[in-house]
Each structure stands twice: as C-alpha cells, then as structure tokens.
Design a protein around this ligand. Structure first.
Ligand code: FSO
Ligand code: SF4
Length: 563
C-alpha cells in the first residue's frame, strides 16, 4: 500500500504498512483498484453522456465509490470487493450501451490512452499487455499489482502531486454531492467534471499547467457542489438559526448520531419520537441542532462530546447505540462495537450496517430497540454553546456587522475552518483562538471548531466572537458571508476585506474546501498543522507564488502575520 491522502499520514510522507487511521494494507490496495476501475467508467461514461446515454445509477455509483475511499469512511475489505465487482459490471454496461448504439468511445477525443487501447476498446476483458493495465480493458485478474495503478504508478513527483491533489478534491466533492443527491439535488456539471478529472489523472498528454487549471476548476465546481448541498439542506430543514446548543445529558436512554448526513438525522428523529429514547449529536452532526426542522423535536437533546478523534473514550461513556452516517469513524473498541451502527457508504466489519430501501428510507428500529435497554449517557460536560450562524443568520445581522467594522469595534475576522485531528500540535488552534485580540471575530465551519468552541470568548455589540456556520461543507456559508461583506464595503477584491484565513486540514473534504477558496481568488491562507505530503516542493512553490499559501508556525508569529 501507499497512501498519503490525509494530514496524519505516517512520518508526514505516506502510510506503507498500515494506515495511521487504521486502514489495512488490503483495504488500501482495494481502494486503489476501485479508483482505477472508476477511471474506466469515466472513460466510457463521458461518451455516453455526450449522447444522452448516461444514467443516474452510474452517477450515483461514482459518488458513493469515491466517497467510500475518503479517510475514515469505510474499513471493510468485503465492502470494497463488492464495489469493485459492481464497478466492473457498471463499466461494461456503459461500454455495451455504446456498442449497441454504434458509438466509438474514442472518437473526437484527444487523450494519450487512445493509441494504446483504441483497437481493443470494444472487446470486453482483453488484456493490453502494456506496463499498467489500461482502464478500458482491465479485469480483476490483471489488477493485482498496485505498483502499476496506485499513487506511485505516476513516476514524476510533480505530476503525481497534481494528479493526487485533483483526486482528493474530487473525493471531497463526491462526499458533498452524495449528501445533496440523497436529498434529491444534483447537477450534471458535477458528474461531468468528475469524469473529466478522473480521466485526467491517467492522461499523459496533459501538462502541469493543464492539471493546475483542472485543480482550480475542481475548486470552482466545489463551490457549486457546496451551494447545491446548502440548498438541499435549507430547503428541506430550513435555514439554521442562532441556537444555544445543550451540552448536558438527560436521564433517558439515548442514541448518538455522528457524521454529516442530514437525511439520516431526519429519519432517526422521526422514528425515535415517542419511544422514550433521546437523540444526541456527536462530532460533525453538531450543526443539526440549529435547523428549525430538527429543533422542533423535544427528544433531540443536544450535542454529546467533542470531535471525531475523541470517539473511543466518548462512545464508551455514552452507553447507548451510536449511528455513524459518514466519516470520521475510528476503529472501535470491543467494549462498544456491539452498539455501533454504520449506514450508507460507511463500513466497519463487526459493526451492524443499516441499508436504505430503494426509496432511500431506512429502518432504524433495531437501534431504537437496543437503546431502550441501555443506561442513559454518562454526563461529560454541561452548559451550552452557540451555533447556527450559517449565511442566512449571519447576513440578517450584516448591517450590525458592517457598522461594527466601520466604527472600529471589529478589527478583523479570522476564518478558522476545517478539520480537527489527533495531533498534539493542534493545541495551536486553541491557543490561537485564546490569544486573538478582543476586537476580532472567528468564522468557523467543520470539526476544527472543537479546538475552541467551548471557550468563552464573549461578544462584540451582540455579535458572538465565534460564529459557527456549521459542518465543513458549510464553509460555503463563509464564502457567501465574505462576498456579501465585500459588496457592503464596495470592494472588488475579496482579499481587501479585513478577513484572514487560518485553516486546519485533515482529510479530503478539507482539500476541496481549500481548493474552493483558491478558486475564488483567496490569498494568504495559512495552512496547518502540517502541509500535505502530496504537495511536492515544486507544487508548493506554485501555491506560494500564485496564492501566497504558507504553513502555520507559532501562534505569535502567525498572529502578527494574520492580523
Ligand atoms: Fe471533520 Fe472528519 Fe467534516 Fe472532515 S468530521 S474531519 S473535513 O470528516 O468532514 O469536518
Ligand atoms: Fe495513512 Fe491517512 Fe491514508 Fe489512513 S488515510 S492510510 S492515515 S494517509
């Protein structure tokens, strides 16, 4: 295996024996294989789409498969084997459709795969015989050497860096597009881009400039994807509203729900109503507490615990069942695996998996029945924190915010969005938040906030000093807020706003959020706690030249630079 897609990668270089996240060598290799077959689907489906022969099943499969390879989503080798089999059969179905319609899949296309495979394209399961199995004809038998298809198959370090950056951005995009799709929202442009992007990662005709442009385009489509997800959430569940979120517990049995899937949240709340079982959020599900449609349930008690990496300790103390709707899952302890449930693309061998029916409905009765026989959660903390400052709520007080900036009450906003993680260095973010001057306001989204969201930083003229827009995908809200502020101050350039960016990353959704910011022209971003291992020195120079991205350093130095 070789995997370096997340911030905690071994030695800051790459996991080669077993993932720091817990991913096995076997699962890592299967993920590479799945990614490779997806490129084959992309190859044919691009053409099918041109002729209006694409179908929703293939689009959805693409999203789910990409999402499944994101850090901490699925640890099950069996799940990946199933997905690889499905991928082969979907690829061949798309291929057959083209054949039946007399369509030549390579006609009018200029990719370097062409010569290599053209003659064999329309025959199923032939082996090309070249060093890496080609994506159009690869079979499960000739997919057994990951050196030819994994990350290290690209020998040039800079090309590899760009290809992987693009790949990880698309994985993040797939995650957000999946959540929107579940709620009935999607856009063809997203699927088109993913197919193009996947193919670009095996196309030797593309120059570094071509790939750089695609990476930025990935960011623009990322903004679009997040906006579609925002629409899916707000049209179904209302606009998040400023809410005091309870951190304490009640004396009833409870179910803990984690991850990012709001439709699962909705179904769980509906099915637990009147059962005597309470519902609590964990990790990235915290923002659910601010949606009007969810707030109306009396048995929705609040949030339990902190961010994803604390789950081993906190799930143990929760006592009741836990439902993981997406990442981040940490390989569980034996003490609670019997009350750990996964759903959708999440998988862990030994945890119970709840599947949706063909209409997307899930039956959580098994979880509810188990909950009834468990003890109430052990209290971890008490009090309340504020949430719900997504774009609608923040913009409803835009006048107040603009005035506070104009009259000097607020000197600067600091965007501290992104992810949390296990590394001790991440205490930097708590210290940074604590040491920010009192006339600054933090804008946050994602689980990075757990490093400081329970600090009492007070408020400025009625505006809390921590404005939490929600999940990592709600970084979109931060973009909307920044754009509206730029309008209010009549600025053409978003970089002239009194806004600084100190972003923490961990996995591939954060990569997409970062690319989204870059695509909007945001400069001078500070990134930590370490730079991605997949960014080569030359690539880093490009990022520094174009965007002035810098790694974080000490709280004092960064404070001086950012303020
Ligand atoms: Fe956190 Fe995990 Fe939302 Fe990520 S829960 S780290 S960026 O998955 O997705 O913010
Ligand atoms: Fe290592 Fe991260 Fe890949 Fe897991 S996801 S194997 S920790 S680089």
């Amino acid at each position: 295996m070789f995997c370096y897609q997340c911030e905690e990668t071994a030695k800051g270089e790459g996991c080669t024996k077993k993932g720091v996240c817990g991913k096995s060598n076997e699962v890592a290799n299967l993920q590479d294989e799945l990614m490779y077959v997806l490129k084959g689907i992309a190859f044919y489906n691009t053409k099918a789409r041109e002729h209006g022969l694409n179908d929703e099943k293939t689009d959805r499969f693409m999203l789910d498969a990409l999402f499944a390879t994101v850090t901490n989503v699925n640890f099950s080798a069996d799940d990946f084997r199933d997905m690889i089999n499905d991928a082969f059969s979907i690829r061949d179905q798309v291929k057959d459709k083209l054949v039946q319609n007399n369509i030549d899949p390579v006609e009018g296309r200029d990719i370097s795969l062409t010569d290599q495979i053209k003659s064999k394209l329309l025959h199923k399961n032939t082996i090309d015989g070249s060093s890496s199995p080609d994506i159009a004809t690869v079979t499960s038998q000739n997919l057994d050497n990951n050196e030819n298809i994994g990350v290290l198959a690209t020998k040039d370090e800079d090309v590899r860096s760009l290809r992987e950056l693009l790949t990880y951005g698309m994985k993040g995009m797939a995650a957000y597009a999946h959540h929107a799709h579940v709620l009935g929202y999607s856009d063809d442009e997203i699927f088109k881009f993913m197919e193009r992007g996947l193919l670009a990662t095996v196309d030797d005709n593309l120059s570094a400039d071509d790939l750089t442009n695609l990476v930025l385009e990935c960011g623009s489509i990322g903004v679009k994807t997040m906006s579609i997800l925002d629409e899916a959430h707000t049209s179904n569940y209302g606009n998040p509203e400023p809410t005091e979120i309870n951190l304490g517990v009640r004396d009833n049995p409870g179910i803990l729900i984690s991850g990012h899937d709001m439709k699962d949240m909705e179904q769980l709340l509906k099915q637990t109503e009147g059962t005597g079982v309470d519902v609590y959020t964990h990790g990235e599900m915290l923002p659910a507490n601010a949606y009007p449609e969810f707030k109306k349930y009396d048995h929705f008690v609040g949030n339990y615990g902190g961010s994803w990496w604390k789950q081993k300790e906190e799930f143990e103390k929760f006592n009741g069942p836990i439902l993981m709707t997406t990442n981040c899952i940490v390989p569980p302890k034996d003490t609670y695996i019997n009350r750990l449930y996964t759903t959708s693309i999440v998988g862990y061998d030994g945890a119970t998996h709840i599947k949706a029916d063909e209409n997307g409905n899930k039956d959580f009765s098994q979880i509810i029945e188990q909950a009834k026989n468990t003890n109430p959660p052990q209290q971890l903390e008490e009090g309340k924190i504020m949430g719900g400052f997504a774009h609608n709520a923040a913009l409803s007080v835009a006048d107040k915010i603009v005035d506070a900036v104009k009259n000097g009450q607020i000197s600067r906003f600091v965007v501290m969005a992104g992810c949390d993680g296990r590394k001790k260095e991440r205490e930097y973010y708590t210290d940074f938040a604590k040491q920010l001057p009192e006339d600054t306001v933090i804008l946050t989204a994602g689980c990075a906030k757990y490093r400081y969201n329970k600090l009492d930083l007070g408020e400025i003229g009625g505006i809390p000093r921590i404005l939490d827009a929600g999940q990592c995908n709600d970084s979109y809200s931060l973009v909307v807020i920044a754009q509206k502020l730029a309008e209010a101050f009549e600025l053409d350039d978003i970089n002239e706003l009194p806004v600084s960016y100190n972003i923490a990353w961990y996995e591939q959704k954060a990569v997409l959020v970062l690319l989204s910011l870059l695509s909007l022209g945001v400069k001078n971003i500070t990134l930590g706690p370490s730079l991605p291992a997949f960014v080569s020195p030359n690539m880093l120079n490009v990022l520094v030249d174009k965007f002035n991205i810098a790694p974080n350093s000490t709280v004092e130095e960064d404070m001086e630079k950012l303020l």
